[in-house]
Design a protein around this ligand. Structure first.
Ligand SMILES: [Zn+2]
Length: 599
């Protein structure tokens, strides 16, 4: 290791083609060089370590090359390329604005810009972390940026694009660099390992790539660190030990215990994790990631979202096959809750253990429809229907409920005779929790109605119509209060005012709507004009209320106030009389202060 060069430098890409994960940028730059339409100022934005400076250097080398290849890459043979590769080129200037951000630094740079290059056609000025320049420096620079000499190209690089003032932004061609994909980083590391005669396990490289969080330079540094620790063989085990990462294996073990409803094993594994010096919060977050990975492994379409090495991918697929979608969704809900509550909990260990116990009990709460069929007797089901009739549990209550635990657990119980296979497949085929809800509601609600129709013989035609309506899963009928109504009614009216329909909005705010039985909303109006306006807008208004209150049975009833005599109030006295009728306090107020009426 005598002349050890860090991998990030040694394997810094030297051609556009070898830049990792930024094809959209290198292709554009190559095209611009080819067609001769190169801008004079570029802004490279993106997180650190993703190749901004590297691209700037490659651009500088390529445009000065006298003998570019057909694929618009530098030849590496001409005089310019050779001086560039040996680091002797005077055509690239790099200024780190983080440490040289004064006006004088920029003036020194501007001074240099005037001189044409000795070799090649262009001089490239790279200003790194350009957002750090002082205001004065920015101003001094602006003029040069506006009218640069022909041979000058500016490349401004920044990690914080939002801090760049618009006058600079508008003068630059902007390139946004991506975070580099984990797979791309892992491949690059594999390439380095191969060249350095290091044997590295793919899973190990994936872990390094994950830890680097999209930055190739960081990944290279971690890789060097591991190599100096582990020598010429980089194993998964060495990486997780060195980076203090909790082994995937623990998550698989815990999940197996959870699936087997084996609380003791789950607790023991957690204990072992704590003994190894890991923190409970990390464990919960990691287990959440694990469940998420299992969820995406269930479907070939989402499998690409799994960013792990090939071996681990197979393990995920295997374990995912053992979990139902419902189990995973519920598990994620529990883990998410624990994650949120962890920090505020006094007994954090217990918090995690409680979560594990809950996870182990998911299946026994009842996920499996077939299981349900055995447990729930028809009598019980009838009782549930009775409660449904009382209105405590309407199908729509499920959809409004924030806690999937409750509605997911109850819905399958409703009709024990329900075709269990059908329910199961509809659940599994949909990977989206929202659609799970929907499919469950769809299968559940007709059965409720069946029970209701059998029990109730005296059902009026009106009710039958309602039943038909309720068959549609979209026909929600949540219970809401006068207060809820007031909130959304006022919101609608305020929005109208904001949209310029001021008098309409004011008219709606003038009186509060009254919630009557059967979701009828009564609204008092005092003029034909208002009645017409509301009727014209009825679809919008009703649509809004039905949606916001999750109740599609809402109806609007306009009630004309028994028209008071429409006398025009001419005199001040008349107007005062009318006002004090509306609010007697005004009169008291007048008397108390002995006021005259004079408008
Ligand atoms: Zn060349």
């Amino acid at each position: 290791m005598d002349n050890f060069i860090v991998s990030a430098r040694k394997y810094r890409p030297a051609t556009f083609n070898t830049v990792v994960g930024q094809a959209h940028i290198t292709n554009t730059l190559k095209n611009a060089i080819k067609t001769g339409h190169l801008a004079q100022a570029f802004l490279f934005c993106g997180p650190r370590g993703v190749g901004k400076t590297t691209c700037a250097r490659i651009l500088a080398k390529t445009i000065n090359c006298s003998d570019r290849t057909e694929t618009t890459e530098a030849c590496d043979k001409c005089e310019s390329c050779i001086s560039f590769n040996s680091g002797a080129s005077h055509n690239v200037f790099e200024l780190d604005a983080a440490s040289n951000n004064s006006v004088d630094d920029i003036r020194a740079l501007i001074e240099q810009v005037r001189y044409a290059p000795q070799l090649g056609d262009y001089k490239i000025y790279v200003i790194d972390e350009v957002h750090m320049l002082s205001q004065a420096a920015f101003n001094a620079f602006l003029k040069t940026l506006e009218e640069p000499p022909k041979h000058a190209i500016f490349i401004l690089a920044t990690t914080e694009k939002h801090k760049i003032i618009p006058t600079i932004l508008s003068r630059c061609q902007i390139f946004d660099f991506n975070r580099i994909q984990i797979d791309d980083i892992a491949q690059h590391l594999a390439f380095i390992a191969k060249n350095e005669n290091i044997t590295a396990e793919t899973d190990a490289l994936h872990i390094i790539a994950q830890k680097a969080d999209g930055a190739l330079r960081d990944a290279c540094s971690i890789f060097d660190q591991i190599v100096s620790f582990a020598g010429s063989t980089v194993t998964y085990k060495a990486v997780i030990e060195n980076l203090n990462i909790l082994d995937y294996d623990y998550y698989f073990q815990v999940t197996d215990a959870i699936l087997g409803e084996n609380i003791p094993t789950a607790l023991l594994v957690f204990n072992e994790i704590l003994n190894n010096g890991f923190d409970g919060h990390n464990f919960i977050a990691g287990l959440g990631d694990h469940f998420r990975n299992l969820l995406v492994s269930k479907d070939a379409v989402t499998l690409q979202l799994l960013e792990v090495g090939a071996n681990i991918k197979d393990k995920y697929k295997e374990q995912a096959a053992k979990c139902t979608l419902l189990f995973l969704v519920r598990g994620l809900t529990i883990l998410n809750k624990t994650d949120i509550q962890y920090k505020s909990s006094k007994n954090q260990r217990l918090q995690v253990e409680l979560a594990l116990m809950q996870l182990c009990s998911i299946n026994s709460i009842g996920t499996d429809t077939e299981k349900k069929n055995d447990i729930i007797k028809p009598k019980q089901a009838n009782q549930e229907v009775e409660t449904l009739k009382k209105g405590t549990l309407t199908p729509s209550n499920y959809s409004k409920n924030d806690n999937p635990d409750i509605h997911l657990a109850q819905e399958p119980k409703i009709n024990p005779k329900q075709d269990s296979v059908k329910t199961e497949t509809s659940v599994i085929s949909s990977s989206n929790p929202q659609s799970i809800k929907k499919s469950l509601i769809k299968t559940a609600s007709p059965s409720i109605n069946q029970h209701l129709s059998v029990k109730k013989e005296d059902m009026s035609t009106n009710n039958k119509n309602k039943e038909e309506e309720a068959n549609d899963a979209s026909q929600l009928s949540s219970v809401f209060s006068q207060k809820d109504l007031d909130i959304y009614w006022n919101k609608y009216a305020t929005d109208l005012k904001a949209k310029g329909k001021i008098s309409y909005g004011v008219a709606l705010l003038d009186k509060q709507p009254i919630l009557k039985d059967n979701c009828i909303i009564e609204f008092m109006i005092n003029s034909k004009t208002l009645e017409e306006t509301i009727n014209e807008d009825k679809l919008n208004l009703l649509g809004y209320l039905r949606k916001e209150l999750s109740n599609f049975n809402i109806k609007l009833q306009l009630q004309m106030i028994a028209t008071e005599e429409k006398t025009t109030l001419y005199t001040a006295n008349d107007r005062f009389k009318r006002l004090s009728e509306k609010n007697p306090n005004i009169n008291k107020f007048r008397q108390a202060f002995d006021l005259d009426i004079e408008f």
